[in-house]
Design a protein around this ligand. Structure first.
Ligand code: DGJ
Length: 732
């Protein structure tokens, strides 16, 4: 049993952690513990100090020692005298913002129920659910706090449901998915922040008194802040120390606030961004939030990452794509941009097939009158003139070369220069009294409108039914800056941002269910919507528009803290790189892209015979190793700021390991670089069965302990960016 209740104390246990809270004398849910399993009732730590300027709760009367402003809680709300950041706010018809949720009862069940209309952690791994029933007896408002405990994965999924059982209209002004209170300790906050083409750069900052906001008001989870962060002890490293993760399964505007209060206690609140949210709860109506995944590791970031990789690989991505090695693709975007026709695409496919590549993905420009980025979004009809025939005819030409076919689409957008806009200007999100706010010359469609959802489903369904398409790249190339929908009354306009997300998820659900064999890749100008919400429908995401191998190692490094490599799409592109102008070797570009769903994105006809030979070798190497890449455990071997970047994959049974990386710079008068491996069986013996360079480790049989504690000497490198790879096998 992973859920226990004893004398008012609830204990949730997973393989390596314990989460505990209790109901107190005023029926408030007091947080007790999240961390290692202590096998104890941790309520002995609860202290009731008299803290000046901290108000007492109503029922405490003149008792100065009971203030919610100083208590660790499970779901603090606005209106009880807790003056820190809170999870929930409700407005009553008289204009008051006041909420007070107290414990009423609980229920527990095996497994879990889905969250209607939203992504969630599927019950693909064993789980149990604890539901805490809370009630505001003044407002006649009920709330249910859900804790889904995934014992083996060391994950607790939390969300809340509000139910208006009164006879008056209530307005939810804030409905965070979860709050995590931690005792007074010095901690660091680690975020994954950035911008377009520089996504998920790890930032570690010390938490001081005050509040830090990691958020997006862009209508997407964004390039700027990822909806996942870590709270870590000051000394926590990759393999030692305590850390907590919080990751939101939501792809729209979100907010994660972390406050260190004046007493040094830490509170983290995560959910839909309250600035772009309000929900009208008529009598009898309810509202359910997205889900937050909590995890704790006492063994550093590596273990925390493994917990989240396990969750995504087992319970988030659709079952049919879990741990399944992917095809090697060639994408025409950086090879042709909009300048292509059917013959050029068929020629690229021919070149790629000869190198062992499995699938051609036709990117932007195949529809309507789209020949540059100012036109035709929304006109999802094939431009047969440009392709020199129907799409199916082009697909048959690709098939004839032994390759599969994938197609790019950007369903959520509309160009003003399009047939769709002429017919339905009201489908574009804009504020009627003002002009449109453009971005990349395009506007957002109003996905809160069921007619828009229907149009998009009909178009995509027709494309997928009439043509043999194996893969869809679903792009989204601008943030949302104007929120008004003619479909909703004035008092529900603040619901539109979340209704957009519900519309998007409904469309994704419908189209992926109707075409279960198609692999969907998410994309938002690269990694602008790289989150667990999208991974529920799209098992992989184009990690970044930045394909420069050097920058990519940092982007993929940051991404790896919460997301598995199977979710990261990565391609080898041309040099000088189109985003940075940097020249890196083909072997470096290959090595970096192999730590993901691998492919190419360049004009193969411009390559020399030697380069083609190297690509054929890379593809062969990847195909041999991809079961290990997709099914093994991923280890970071270096940090972000070193002049080398190394990582490795180890099979679950520890029999096989693949070490890969790049030395970016070599200093004169220096010893060889040395890499300490991870994840091996210390008592087993390993033999190197493949290496891209000469090293003593390549020829000797060494123990797992030697390879992990002593490590391997790498090749003497000369110049810049030398990629290196080693494959080890256990000696039986
Ligand atoms: C942005 C994507 O990230 C690129 O890979 C490419 O698909 C373009 N959009 C096409 O417009």
């Amino acid at each position: 049993m992973s859920i226990a209740f004893d004398q008012g104390v609830f204990t949730l246990t997973t393989k390596n952690t314990m989460y505990q809270f209790m109901t107190d004398r005023y029926h408030v849910l007091i947080h007790l513990w999240y961390g290692k399993n202590t096998h104890c009732d941790m309520s002995y730590l609860v202290d009731y100090p008299d803290v000046a300027f901290s108000p007492s709760v109503f029922d405490a009367g003149r008792d100065r020692t009971y203030s919610l402003d100083t208590r660790l809680q499970e779901y603090p709300v606005q209106g009880t005298g807790d003056l820190r950041i809170v999870g929930g706010k409700v407005k009553t018809p008289d204009g008051c913002s006041s909420l007070d949720l107290r414990f009423e009862g609980f229920s527990a069940e095996k497994g879990r129920a889905p969250i209607e209309g939203l992504p969630y952690a599927r019950a693909e791994a064993e789980c149990e659910t604890l539901i805490i029933h809370l009630r505001d007896s003044v407002l006649d408002l009920n709330a249910k706090l859900y804790y889904v405990v995934f014992e083996e994965l060391d994950i607790i999924a939390r969300h809340i449901r509000f139910e208006n059982s009164s006879d008056q209209t209530l307005i939810l002004e804030q409905a965070a998915s979860a709050v995590l209170d931690l005792p007074n300790e010095d901690m660091d906050l680690i975020s994954f922040s950035g911008r377009h083409a520089q996504e998920r750069q790890l930032i570690r900052r010390s938490l001081e008194q005050g509040t830090v906001s990691l958020d997006s008001k862009r209508g997407t989870s964004s390039h700027q802040q990822n909806p996942a962060f870590i709270l870590a002890g000051k000394d926590t490293t990759e393999t030692c120390g305590s850390c907590y993760g919080m990751m939101l399964a939501y792809s729209g505007s979100f907010q994660a606030l972390v406050e260190k209060d004046p007493l040094g206690q830490i509170r983290a609140v995560m959910g839909i961004h309250p600035d772009l949210f309000e929900w009208v709860l008529e009598p009898g109506q309810s509202f359910e939030t997205p889900e937050v995944f909590l995890s704790f590791s006492s063994r550093g970031f590596e273990q925390l990452s493994h917990n989240y990789h396990g969750l995504i690989n087992t319970c988030i991505v659709p079952a049919r794509f879990q741990n399944t090695p992917r095809d090697v693709v060639i994408n025409n975007w950086e090879a042709t941009y909009f300048d292509f026709d059917g013959d050029k695409i068929a020629a690229i496919a021919g070149e790629a097939a000869a190198l062992g590549i499995d699938m051609l993905v036709l990117d932007d420009g195949w529809f309507g009158s789209r020949n540059n980025d100012s036109q035709a979004l929304g006109d999802w009809f094939v431009n047969e003139e440009k392709l020199g025939g129907s799409l199916q005819q082009l697909i048959e030409r690709i098939h004839a070369k032994g390759m599969k076919f994938g197609l790019w689409i950007e369903p959520e957008m509309i160009s003003e220069e399009s047939r769709l806009y002429q017919e339905h200007p009201e489908w574009a999100l804009s504020i009627p009294a003002r002009g449109c706010i453009r971005c990349r010359y395009q506007l957002n469609l109003d996905l809160s409108n069921p007619d828009v959802q229907e149009y998009l489903f009909e178009r995509m369904d027709a494309l997928l039914s009439e043509n043999e398409i194996d893969y869809i790249k679903w792009d989204m190339n601008r943030p949302i800056a104007q929120w008004y929908s003619p479909c909703w009354p004035a008092d529900r306009q603040k619901e539109v941002p979340h209704r957009y997300m519900l519309g998007l998820y409904a469309l994704l659900n419908r189209i992926t269910q109707a075409h279960p064999g198609v692999l969907f890749e998410g994309c938002s100008g690269g990694g602008g919507r790289f989150d667990a919400g999208m991974l529920f429908y799209h098992p992989q995401i184009w990690t970044s528009d930045n394909t420069d191998a050097h920058d990519r190692t940092r982007i993929q490094y940051g991404t790896s803290f919460f997301y598995p490599v199977s979710a990261m799409s990565a391609h080898v592109s041309a040099v000088p790189n189109h985003q940075t102008g940097r020249v890196t070797s083909l072997s470096t570009r290959g090595a970096v892209a192999m730590a993901g769903s691998f492919g190419y994105e360049l004009d193969l006809s411009k390559l020399s015979g030697e380069e083609k030979r190297e690509i054929r070798e890379q593809v062969g190497w990847y195909k041999q190793l991809r079961p290990l890449i997709f099914q093994g455990d991923y280890y970071r071997l270096t940090g972000a700021d070193e002049n080398r970047s190394f990582w490795m994959f180890v099979s679950k049974d520890k029999r096989k390991a693949f070490v890969e990386g790049v030395v970016y710079e070599h200093k004169p008068t220096a010893l060889r670089h040395r890499i300490r491996l991870k994840g091996l069986d210390p008592d087993a013996w390993y033999r190197c069965i493949g290496a891209s360079f000469e090293s003593p480790a390549v020829h000797q049989i060494l123990s797992g302990e030697a390879l992990m504690s002593g490590g391997c000497l790498l090749d003497y490198s000369w110049g810049y960016d030398k990629a290196m790879a080693l494959v080890f096998e256990k000696v039986e």
